[in-house]
Design a protein around this ligand. Structure first.
Ligand code: SF4
Length: 419
């Protein structure tokens, strides 16, 4: 069953200095109804949606539960473009009456009238790209907005009655101190969002930041400081009533992103637009990341009746993906999938690989076995894993070290099949 659709709107007023996303810069005055490039893009996007086969035959029974406009800056679209996209989506796939319809918005890109229009079109959740509260940090990151725009944007959300909104924050920005970070968390909480996302800055190749900064070196905070920023966020947000429901995401009870949970649970989803990825029939379909190549891709897609030649993801790859995504959630993963695909040998190889992480409490093993835990350990302290066991990362230390744990798990399973 497919319950989610992602729509990529790849336009920004300018490129932030740390960003390597698939976007097209449209300048400061342009909106969807004043830019030929954006109008052409929406027309192509609608052709793609209309040509996409409906995954569930009886979509009256299984309508979409979530739609997510991501970017880029979707709030550069005109109201009529959003209305049109949502009506084509609803007509093609069916949209549940209580569907979560999220739009990523940047402060300083929408006024009250636009917001009311988006809301009338169906948007009922907003993800606001705040990133930082200090003007110097926002300028150093190349953001378009300023501090005062954040408060104005939240005021507007409240005026139209959109209480279900999220704020994005970035830690590890150049010149950002622990004091700034604590202040940003405090200011974010004071705005009473239902959801807060915390991202640690990654200096990606080919970005302006990569030309000026070296990770871990001043003026970027040290690795130790950014790890402490993560710990502080976990502590401050948890004590303020936010549940840490995913490595980077916190929500008030009942306000976790329904859309993003489908990714972390590896559920199938539609993806539309330049650079978007869909996951259907165990086939992952990546769209090209430039306007011209995306237009050509859609032409072919329409001509081929909505079929692509992308390979089906092998079961072993699916298990690795389940581990990578599932460990992002505090509930972790059960090991039945590992057992089904890799057998007893894979399970024990995994046990050996994760033994050090269990000892230092980055990982927690939850066993349903009746025997006591001592009998499940060999003399070398390696656990004898069972298909019914669960593993999960601890919060915050395990989440902080997730890359190390996942890489070790991946290598162990890779080795188990190659022997
Ligand atoms: S607004 Fe977001 S997508 Fe656009 S350039 Fe900045 S970081 Fe990238």
């Amino acid at each position: 069953m497919v319950t989610s659709a992602y729509i990529h709107i790849p336009f920004c007023r300018r490129r932030c200095f740390y960003c390597d996303f698939a976007i097209t810069v449209v300048g400061e005055k342009r909106r969807g109804d004043t830019s030929g490039t954006m109008a052409r893009y929406v027309e192509t996007l609608l052709r793609e949606i209309a040509a996409t086969p409906v995954y569930d035959e009886n979509h009256d029974e299984k309508p979409l539960n979530t739609v997510f406009f991501g970017g880029g800056t979707p709030s550069l679209l005109s109201v009529s473009q959003v209305e049109l996209i949502l009506s084509v989506i609803a007509h093609r796939f069916g949209l549940a009456p209580n569907a979560e319809i999220t739009m990523e918005m940047d402060p300083a890109t929408f006024d009250l009238e636009h917001l009311q229009g988006y809301q009338s079109a169906g948007v009922n959740r907003v993800s606001l790209g705040v990133q930082a509260f200090r003007d110097e940090l926002l300028a150093a990151a190349g953001r378009f907005h300023q501090r005062q725009d954040i408060f104005q944007a939240v005021d507007r959300l409240r005026q139209v009655g959109i209480e279900n909104f999220s704020l994005d924050l970035i830690s590890g920005l150049p010149h950002q101190t622990m004091y700034d970070w604590k202040e940003a968390l405090t200011e974010a909480i004071a705005l009473q969002p239902k959801h807060i996302s915390i991202y640690d800055l990654i200096v990606e190749p080919q970005t302006a930041f990569s030309r000026h900064y070296t990770p871990g070196q001043s003026p970027l905070p040290s690795d130790r400081t950014t790890a402490d920023m993560y710990r502080v966020a976990q502590s401050v947000l948890s004590t303020s009533g936010y549940e840490h429901y995913e490595i980077c995401n916190y929500a008030k009870p009942g306000y976790a992103s329904r859309h993003n949970l489908t990714y972390w649970r590896c559920q199938p989803n539609y993806g539309f637009g330049m650079g978007a990825t869909s996951y259907l029939h165990h086939q992952r379909i990546d769209r090209p990341r430039t306007q011209k190549s995306y237009q050509a891709w859609v032409d072919d897609f329409v001509q081929n009746g909505g079929q692509t030649a992308d390979p089906v993801i092998e079961p072993a790859e699916q298990v690795i993906e389940t581990i990578m995504m599932g460990l992002r959630l505090p509930s972790g993963i059960d090991l039945s999938g590992v057992y089904q695909i890799y057998g007893e040998r894979g399970l024990q190889a995994l046990g050996k690989a994760i033994a050090p992480h269990l000892q230092n409490r980055w990982l927690i093993l939850e066993s349903t076995a009746s025997e006591d835990s001592d009998s499940k350990r060999s003399s070398s302290n390696e656990p004898r894993l069972k298909p019914t066991d669960r593993i999960r990362l601890s919060d915050p230390e395990g989440f902080l070290m997730s890359n190390v744990v996942i890489t070790d798990a991946f290598n162990a399973l890779d080795l188990a099949v190659s022997r």
